[in-house]
Design a protein around this ligand. Structure first.
Ligand code: ATP
Length: 337
């Protein structure tokens, strides 16, 4: 498979006053044509900064990156022509009509006006925006606006699409619609897609490969299934009416499964162990023989949050509030102008 993105030691430092923040540290990334990859990590992990370097919006402090065969520092124009970028906001002129916004965007990528109009109509149709075509951008709902962002990123049918937090600000229904659109568009155009997210379900639903980032570094890089299999076990949750039973159940589980992580409170026992679903029957058999009686038993597959916890010792959900000081209104057009 052809290489779409390749980075070596890609690093970005920000200097604010006397403080230096290393947002991305020594990133080595290889993404092949047609891959669908999610950069997953908490707020401040360095996901947006990575995307902004790959899309030429930010110059790296060190290291190198080639995107669609072009160097992001020495060949910015070629990179920009080859990619679509959907940032965390856009700089759409709020008083423009949605369709005009799209056509102008297409023209800025070098499409002739007639082709830009045809492509805009096609995208608005496929993204459910036809009824909003002549509405001013400022009157669109958040979800419609986000879909217009997506259309703007796709107007020139890029072979490589970057999406920074594509679902942020969308309600669950629109989030599901957007995910469908991303999958559909990829199926139709066979594009390579790189997205950032801190929504675990989104990474799980969309990505074939997840690059887990924390503090500017890659801490894991694998398929969602392999990450879960290798970095977290199934979870067996038991409750008990009798606290003595809970204590004995925890003891017996730990003795029978030394690699399991066993936690217990007075009436609940939580066991995390690889292949947990396969050992439930024997565990319950052992409890029955020992006269230990659970009130309820639940078995759950590990989530990506369990993976993140096991890799970093922290939960993704503990992510600090969004504090990135960068502008949310960058677009490629803006920087290219
Ligand atoms: N322009 C900037 N100046 C100074 N520090 C910055 C700048 N942009 C980002 N940072 C810092 O770099 C680190 C990484 O930020 P980045 O926005 O890449 O994280 P992220 O993983 O995309 O987070 P989020 O999920 O909140 O978007 C953070 O500590 C952030 O505060």
């Amino acid at each position: 498979m052809d290489t779409m993105i390749e980075t070596h030691g890609l690093t970005k430092e920000f200097h604010t006053g006397k403080k230096t923040v290393t947002a991305v540290k020594d990133l080595d990334l290889h993404i092949a044509q047609g891959e669908m990859v999610a950069l997953l990590g908490p707020n401040g992990a360095g996901k947006s900064t990575t995307l902004r370097m790959l899309t030429t919006l930010l110059a790296p402090t060190a290291g190198s990156a080639r995107v669609a065969g072009h160097d992001v520092v020495t060949d910015q124009r070629a990179v920009r022509r080859a990619i679509g970028y959907i940032g965390q906001g856009n700089s759409a002129a709020h008083t423009q009509r949605a369709v005009d916004e799209l056509v102008v965007s297409g023209q800025s990528y070098g499409l002739p006006r007639a082709e830009a109009r045809a492509r805009a109509a096609e995208l608005m149709e496929s993204l459910g925006l036809t009824d909003q075509a002549t509405q001013k951008v400022m009157t669109l709902s958040g979800g419609q606006r986000r879909r217009l962002d997506i259309a703007m990123g796709l107007i020139h049918a890029p072979g490589l699409l970057f999406l920074d937090e594509p679902s942020t600000g969308l309600d669950p229904q629109n989030r599901a619609n957007l995910q469908e659109h991303i999958l559909d568009l990829r199926r139709q155009h066979g594009a390579t897609v790189v997205l950032t997210t801190h929504y675990l379900d989104e990474a799980d639903a969309l990505a074939e490969r997840i690059v887990v980032v924390d503090n500017g570094r890659v801490v894991a890089d694998d398929t969602p299934a392999a990450l879960k299999a290798n970095h977290a076990g199934d979870r067996i949750a038991l409750t008990f009416d009798d606290p003595t039973d809970a204590a004995r159940a925890a003891e017996r589980a730990a003795a029978a499964h030394p690699t399991a992580q066993v936690a217990h409170t007075s009436r609940a026992v939580d066991i995390q162990v690889a292949g947990g679903s396969g050992i439930v029957a024997s565990l319950l058999g052992d409890y029955a023989q020992a006269g230990v009686t659970p009130a309820t038993v639940e078995v759950a597959r590990p989530t990506l949050d369990d993976v993140f916890l096991s890799l970093t010792g922290r939960s993704l959900r503990e992510g600090k509030a969004h504090t990135s000081p960068q502008s949310d209104s960058d677009t490629l057009e803006e920087v290219a102008a």
